[in-house]
Write a protein that binds this ligand. Structure first.
Ligand code: DQA
Length: 150
């Protein structure tokens, strides 16, 4: 068991993920963000964890959420959306707070445009799930719990 005994997981989603379900369904599928929320809550509850869920289109809100989670959660399941490929600030927030982050991308970013192949988040993530659809969130929750109980 890690030093952080909190049984809470923050599930954080970045820009445009509020559009899930209607946004490019050929790439992101038909499940909505509400479906993702339920999938995460169910996977967490199976191991006695609670989830807190936040989506924002604003980088600063995501930064504040990472800062605010310090010492309060076992870790963060994070799909940073397009900020993955641009945000040094989010990477710095993760390193600066020593947050345990599991990075998730619904699509296989490596099969897509070259600008999606680089992630500022991956070097500071504990684990990464890419291209597993919304099941990647479930895998991320399970992996976070696994790491928390090592
Ligand atoms: C994404 C991939 C990103 O490149 C994109 O900007 C997103 C979603 C994914 O879940 O596949 O908004 O993070």
């Amino acid at each position: 068991m890690s030093e952080n005994t909190s049984k809470k997981i923050l599930v954080l989603n970045g820009p445009n993920l509020n559009l899930l379900g209607t946004r490019e369904p050929g790439i992101y599928g038909h499940e909505t963000l509400a479906d993702v929320q339920e999938l995460c809550a169910t996977a967490a509850a199976a191991a006695g964890y609670e989830t807190e869920f936040l989506q924002s289109n604003h980088e600063g809100v995501l930064l504040d959420a990472i800062h605010g989670a310090r010492g309060k959660v076992a870790g963060i399941v994070f799909n940073p959306g397009a900020f993955t490929h641009t945000s040094v600030a989010l990477a710095d927030a993760i390193s600066g707070t020593e947050a345990r982050v599991i990075e998730v991308h619904i699509s296989n970013v490596h099969q897509r445009e070259a600008f999606r192949h680089h992630s500022y988040i991956s070097p500071v993530a504990a684990s990464i799930f890419v291209g597993a659809g919304v099941n990647g969130y479930v895998l991320a929750v399970q992996q976070l719990i696994h790491l928390d109980n090592r």
